[in-house]
Design a protein around this ligand. Sequence first.
Ligand code: IMP
Length: 196
Amino acid sequence: MKIIFATGNQGKLREVRAIVADLGIEVESMKDAGIDVDIVEDGKTFAENALIKARTVCKACGEVTMSDDSGLEIDALGGEPGIYSARYMGEDTSYHIKNMNLVERLEGVPDEKRTARFVCAIACVFPDGRELTCRETFEGRIGYEEKGENGFGYDPIFYVPEKGCYSAELSPEEKNAISHRGKALRAMRAKLEEIL
Ligand code: IMP
């Protein structure tokens, strides 16, 4: 079976391939499949945006399509940057600047109120109209500085209490075992296993 993954991100593709490989599912990127469609991500939740992407690409190519949408929710900022995580302060602004800005906005906020989570929603849409979705979180706290060299995006300011370190200090395997995306991909894998 073949699944198109609606992303241009090679890192995400590698993660998806590793998690569904033994189900005999081949994962192709939109580019590999020769699909180039404009997707307007105007959903109000991560799950809505993941579904919008998967539906649009599935319609364009007629193949089973999976997509994900993820981001960071900071409780003391009313859930910001949320679904706007990639676009926060502008798509081309460096994550060092975005991270420092978020830490500044939390100045004076005590540890127990610095709670935050990464969220990942995954959608899988079949040409016959069947749709599967799942959503998982990775709970932590916003720190006071950037720490660690691994990961990407907001990982350097995301402190993971259960590990006693920042997300960017975790190895890819350690992060994958507890992260929003790792958990959501494994949940989607289980749903696919049930219906295949
Ligand atoms: P998208 O899901 O590719 O639309 O973008 C999600 C955005 O959320 C990324 O650009 C990052 O800013 C942020 N994000 C999502 N997952 C992670 C993560 O595991 N670590 C750090 N930042 C993340």
